[in-house]
Design a protein around this ligand. Sequence first.
Ligand code: FMN
Length: 222
Amino acid sequence: MTEMEAIRVRHSVRTYQSKKIEQEKVNQLKALIDEVNAAGNLHLQFMEDAGKSFRRILSKVMGLDSAPSVIACVGPDDDTLDERIGYYGEKIVLAAQCMGLNTCWAGTFNKSGVPAEIGDGERLVIVIAIGYGENQGKQRKSKTPEQVSYAKGTRPDWFDFGVEMALCAPTAINQQSFEIRLNEDGSVDFIDKGGPFSRVDLGIVKYHFTAGAAYKKNDGVS
Ligand SMILES: Cc1cc2nc3c(=O)[nH]c(=O)nc-3n(C[C@H](O)[C@H](O)[C@H](O)COP(=O)(O)O)c2cc1C
């Protein structure tokens, strides 16, 4: 499965099989996490055992307590941290989908129950539940391209395709609270329109848009 296919088929999955992720896949995930940590100045960590990350009533109601593993999204705290976590975390989410795994970003979790290393000046922003789903999740409602994008003048194919891919991005409570604007000089602005975890959402949306736009500019070659 290519990343572009993964963007289309990925849905949040909240109930998991008890099956552990195979060591080979764990190694692949860890190698990718090392890469994104270096690229994004982050301290993301794969926790093979989700520990008590989801031992709160709300998580149990959502079903996330069945997740065998989590990725703890930690990094040096500054005002770009949430967005960087969204951007680089989504790269891992899509790679996991390509490996046949399922995921769910989770802003509701038990902070003190996550067995992660959090250094001085670092913050644990969010976790990503990961494992083999009991199902593949389901299609949800989406805003339209017109509701989330704006372009003065003609809209190039790469812009439209980027927006389409951005609308496939997971966002907290499916809020899709962003706008993507094409400027006259061809540059693109991403606007955060607010809501819970909307900075993380914006990073995720940027990742999807950028992957989609690059794919189209490259004549559909991944
Ligand atoms: C930043 C962020 C936080 C989220 N937090 C939770 C959560 O705490 N619990 C949950 O069940 N889903 C959570 N989700 C998953 C969203 O509800 C889901 O992405 C959205 O409904 C869209 O569905 P989809 O991912 O299947 O496209 C979160 C997603 C994002 C991006």
